[in-house]
Design a protein around this ligand. Structure first.
Ligand SMILES: [Zn+2]
Ligand SMILES: [Zn+2]
Length: 350
């Protein structure tokens, strides 16, 4: 089979690899769409240590079942499916509680690190444990399904924030996850959702996707605008979807006393914490990691149009164009959202 191999850091090439055979409890998926994740781009140069070459990356994927291994029930060849990016063990204390994102033995499809390595879906075929596979409704295209991981991450960020409905919300960062958090906050019943970013193009998209107000500012300008929009009170909840010093500080500034800040972005490994603001204003900081069980809800919300992902897909390209798309993302070309690679058919250079 053809596969996009990270043969060494910053070097991707399409190579021939043996098509794998599913073992007990596994299925073989013929990949029809696989999104390039920010974590793939960050891992590509070795900076995260999570994509040790050689590795086939790719964990935001969908396709059709091509073979079913022994001891698998409920799936058949030809079924249109997607799968969770997290391979959880199903046996540890966290898995028992349904917190599969915190699994003690957690692995991720398309990741190779010191503890494990798992081939991913930038290939014609990928092996997936059947317990993390979900069937796709006909209404959902493979490209849309490649967005399910990102949608699940946004739904999880909202879920762990334990909203009651009627909240005012601010999303900081109008990238992929921020634009999905906007929509997820709306689905969760937030009465007004504001989105802040410094990029006007992204804010335009936020407005198209239903933001009540967009704020092109950070720091003092952002705080000023948020206070104006909330009669001096601050918002009930902030979803921080960047993860830098300035944006985390902005989130803590803009939330009301007793409010919640969901920390979803984590570009920087460390930020400074305005401790006295957090303590004296009794702000709840809530980390949110990946997702745990939100896939079915994400499938339903995209299918019903309550969460829209079409505008977030910048391009669907053949696997052979993968190296150049990775380079463009790595070079931070503006206005690129999700790039989806389709390993079927043409465009693969031998
Ligand atoms: Zn991802
Ligand atoms: Zn587990």
């Amino acid at each position: 089979m053809k596969a996009l191999l990270l043969s060494q850091y910053k070097n991707l090439e399409v190579v021939d690899l043996p098509t794998p055979t599913p073992g007990p409890g596994e299925v073989l998926v013929q990949v029809a769409a696989c999104g390039i994740c920010g974590s793939d781009v960050h891992g590509y140069d070795g900076s995260t240590g999570r994509r040790i070459p050689p590795v086939v990356m790719g964990h935001e994927a969908a396709g059709a079942i091509a073979a079913v291994g022994p001891e698998v029930s409920g799936f058949a060849v030809g079924d249109r499916v997607t799968f969770d990016s997290t391979v959880y063990c199903g046996a540890c204390d966290y898995c028992a509680k349904g917190e599969v994102n915190l699994c003690n033995n957690r692995q991720v499809i398309g990741v190779s690190c010191a503890e494990f390595r798992r081939a991913g879906a930038f290939a014609e075929y990928v092996i997936i444990p059947a317990r993390i596979v979900y069937r796709l409704p006909e209404a959902l295209s493979f490209e849309e399904a490649a967005m399910l991981e990102a949608v699940s991450v946004a739904l999880h960020g909202v879920r762990v924030s334990e909203l009651e409905g009627g909240e005012t919300a601010l999303v900081i960062g109008a990238g992929m996850i921020g634009l999905l958090l906007l929509q997820a906050a709306r689905v969760a019943g937030c009465s007004r959702v504001f989105v802040a970013d410094i990029d006007a193009t992204r804010l335009k998209l936020a407005a198209d996707l239903g933001a009540d107000e967009t704020v092109q500012a950070s720091g003092a300008g952002l705080l000023h605008e948020v206070l104006r929009l909330t009669d001096g009170r601050g918002v009930d909840v902030v979803f921080e979807a960047v993860g830098r010093n300035e944006t985390v500080a902005g989130a803590i500034d803009c939330v009301r006393k007793g409010g919640k800040v969901a920390l979803v972005g984590n570009i920087a490994p460390e930020v400074s914490l305005p401790l006295q603001k957090v303590v004296s204003r009794q702000i709840r900081l809530q980390g949110s990691c990946a997702s745990s069980g939100e896939y079915p809800e994400a499938i339903a919300l995209i299918s019903s149009g309550k969460i829209r992902v079409g505008q977030l897909i910048t391009a669907v390209a053949p696997l052979g164009d993968g190296p150049s798309w990775f380079q463009r993302l790595y070079d931070r070309e503006p206005n690129l959202m999700k790039i989806v690679l389709d390993p079927r058919g043409n465009g693969i250079q031998p």
